[in-house]
Design a protein. Sequence first.
Length: 248
Amino acid sequence: MAGLLDGKVSIVTGASRGIGRATALELAAQGSQVVVNYANSSSAADEVVAKIAGAGGEAIAIQADVSKTEEVDRLFATVMEKWGRVDTLVNNAGITRDTLLLRMKLEEWQAVIDLNLTGVFLCTKVASKIMLKQKSGRIINITSVSGLMGTAGQANYSAAKAGVIGFTKTVAKELSSRGITVNAVAPGFISTDMTADLKSEGILQFIPLGRYGEPEEVAGMIRFLAADPAAAYITGQTFNVDGGMVMF
């Protein structure tokens, strides 16, 4: 493998499946050494590592719950011990606990906020310290169209993803003087485990392109922001990959 990320190190959280998996494979295809972070599914993460290695790349799988400070610290310490740098961070890990507001339990609210928003904060804080010393780095936060328009039954998820957008803009301003870009990608309905149980008939009518997106299509945007020289002058932005679902 050889490409725009030769000699670079990329961390992708929640990389054992879906968008995270596609992103890990895409960044590896650009020559990056890839950290495949996962919370529970070691076999799925190992499969991603094996696929990258089989194509001539280099990757490692590291278990860590990114909503927990000590596990995030361990994740980055392991990466620094092995490779000594972090060039790209993709904050992708996330969960849903969908239900209407009046039925939502505090623990369902908190679990989503802890992983989908606090996890982004924890990983970005540690990564930014490394990148500041390097005077370079690219951070891509995965938000959602739900954070832009709201989705009934997802008060927790929509709030967390909206928070990611505000966080992205603020951190972009704080880190820009040291050559670090921070952007967000907002997927719409993508064919992943998270959307597998949804009834597509009622959803597709709101998507101008008339279909769900594929994880690889989101990974392509992430690859551009992480690797392409043309993205060096882009920061603090949110890019929708949603088939035209949200237009402003």
